[in-house]
Design a protein around this ligand. Sequence first.
Ligand SMILES: CC(C)(COP(=O)(O)OP(=O)(O)OC[C@H]1O[C@@H](n2cnc3c(N)ncnc32)[C@H](O)[C@@H]1OP(=O)(O)O)[C@@H](O)C(=O)NCCC(=O)NCCS
Length: 180
Amino acid sequence: MIAIRTLDAAESWAAIPALADLLVEAVDAGASVSFMAPLDFGDAVAFWTEIAGSVAAGKRILIVAEQANRLVGTVLVDLVPVPNQNHRAEIGKLIVALEVRRHGVGKRLMVAAEKAATAAGRTLLTLDTRAGDKPEKLYRSMGWTEFGRVPRYARASNGTLEETVFFYKELAVASDMAAE
Ligand SMILES: CC(C)(COP(=O)(O)OP(=O)(O)OC[C@H]1O[C@@H](n2cnc3c(N)ncnc32)[C@H](O)[C@@H]1OP(=O)(O)O)[C@@H](O)C(=O)NCCC(=O)NCCS
């Protein structure tokens, strides 16, 4: 049984080592999630420490997947802070532990991220992913729309610059459109 839930600030601080393990595993297995392989555990801890701080400040929502109290997945909802885009959020760091992939956890995390964004009043979501990666299929199947590609956007582990695909999804457009 894998449970999906949002962590509060105290839980986010406590989860830093487990989140760092998850990030290191994913990066070292070739995932394109901001870091280069091999990823130093201390660098991963530093990253999640900053994230926990932003959760405490109400700037981000941190969602995790847990199996028997062990952290096996995560996704972040970044609440765009600028006043003229306070209807917008960015989704990032969707990661599932290698041993539980292809069991629907990634999709459940994305569903939870969309619900959390809606609950936070955000109606327009964006994300990006390396072109040709597995998540592209996942995002399209969940109603996300591609809005462009940028060549040579991010480095692969071997240093090669690779193309990135950008997606958006509108959640509850009705109220925003009524306000226009
Ligand atoms: C992307 C990731 C989160 C998917 O997690 P997951 O739990 O395996 O995903 P799911 O089981 O929910 O799969 C959902 C859909 O994604 C697609 N998908 C996921 N993994 C796939 C794979 N290895 N091959 C082909 N399609 C895949 C499929 O469409 C799948 O639906 P299906 O199983 O009905 O065919 C996981 O592979 C991961 O952590 N990758 C490394 C980090 C990463 O790249 N994150 C995305 C950054 S943008």
